[in-house]
Design a protein around this ligand. Structure first.
Ligand code: PMP
Length: 361
């Protein structure tokens, strides 16, 4: 059996110990005589898996009791629509900060349901920094302020939580969920797909403050209505049971490495290894992102010319370093250093980059 270092942006690498546990429990989950995939979501074994996962997620993030935690299908993309459909509460519009491709998509989708005010954007769609907060044009009557803490494609991450006053703050945490501690009480709603930091694809988390839900259009489909889903404990219909189970194992794994403070230390160190090399005076690789907006999760870099890209990727693959190709919309390279990427993987990558630069520089 071989295991590579998988730097893909998502679906992404999972901790080996999690995969081993899934393997060990696959055919017979704790004496039930069946796999989790085969269980009824209404029976005790799965109900206990589901409850334990929610408890652990609440503990990891310190979710206040006044928030619902929902386990949904549909990915973050579904939330681009579900957020305005649930949170408008009779208001005409919402504010969006657009500093990357995902924030732009979220704003475009929301514009089907309300007036979108792009409160801040990067000029000419050059998504390599966070627009200066002093210039944001926030609407005090907005239903909410939406932003993307980590832009996965461009490798741009907020190193602060935006100030939204009394307007509820909404965040698409898809690519930095559980990567460091956050103060949930500063947010009205947080959402994230699991397939980067918290499990396999197929499950999406929504954490929402109680007072924001339940004021929706009567024609809103029930599966998109946070209040109805919360009342059914995320089992309004069949949930993605196997993904929920694996996410639960990932939560336990994160607790085992010191919870979010522990995870943050590791992630800071891993990103530091790669950025330190990029900053080390070498001139072969370049990272276009403003230093105060560099992502810990997705590190993008380019080679001196695109003609070298294919050889770089080929050599990387031979060195067991997979998934480094940048997003097709921006080109270059992207190393995703999510929670489950071991430090040894980042070290191996830096060594490979040095070697390639020496040979081809
Ligand atoms: N938001 C962000 C920040 C993402 O990185 C992604 C996926 N790469 C999405 C939204 C879309 O997620 P999904 O594919 O789960 O709908």
């Amino acid at each position: 059996m071989k295991r590579v270092f998988n730097f893909a942006a998502g679906p992404a690498t999972l901790a080996q110990s999690v995969l081993e546990q899934v393997r060990d429990e696959l055919l017979d989950w704790r004496g039930t005589g069946m796999s989790v995939m085969e269980m009824s979501h209404r029976d005790k074994p799965f109900m206990s898996i589901a409850a334990e996962a929610e408890k652990d997620l609440r503990e990891l993030l310190g979710v206040p009791a006044s928030y619902k935690v929902l386990f949904l299908q549909g990915g973050a993309t579904t939330q681009f629509a579900a957020v305005p459909m649930n949170l408008l509460r009779g208001k005409a519009g919402a504010d969006y900060i657009v500093n990357g491709a995902w924030g732009k998509k979220a704003a475009k989708e929301a514009a089907k349901y309300c007036k979108v005010n792009v409160a801040a954007r990067c000029p000419d769609e050059k998504y390599n920094h966070i627009p200066d907060a002093r210039g944001w044009k926030l609407d005090p009557n907005a239903a909410y302020l939406h932003y993307t803490p980590n832009e996965t494609i461009e490798g741009v991450e907020f190193q602060f939580v935006p100030e939204s006053g009394s307007v509820p703050l909404v965040a698409d945490f898809s690519s930095s969920f559980l990567s460091r501690p956050i103060d949930v009480s500063k947010f009205g709603l947080i959402y994230a797909g699991a397939q980067k930091n918290a499990g396999p694809s197929g499950i999406t988390f929504v954490i929402v403050r109680d007072d924001l839900i339940g004021q929706v259009h009567p024609a809103l489909p029930s599966v998109f209505d946070y209040k109805q889903v919360a009342e059914a404990e995320s089992m309004l219909n069949t949930p993605p049971t196997f993904s929920w189970y694996i996410a639960g194992l990932v939560f336990k794994w994160i607790k085992g490495v010191g919870g979010l403070p522990g995870m943050a230390q590791i992630n800071r160190r891993k990103a530091g290894l790669l950025y330190d090399y990029l900053d080390s005076g070498q001139s072969f690789y370049k990272n276009p992102v403003a230093k105060d907006a560099r992502s810990w999760m997705n590190v993008v870099f380019t080679l001196p010319n695109e003609a070298l890209d294919a050889d770089f990727l080929k050599g990387a693959k031979a060195a067991q370093l997979d998934g480094l190709k940048g997003h097709r919309s921006v080109g270059g390279m992207r190393a995703s250093l999510y929670n489950a990427m071991p430090e040894a993987g980042v070290k191996a990558l830096v060594e490979y980059m040095k070697e390639f630069a020496r040979a081809r520089g």
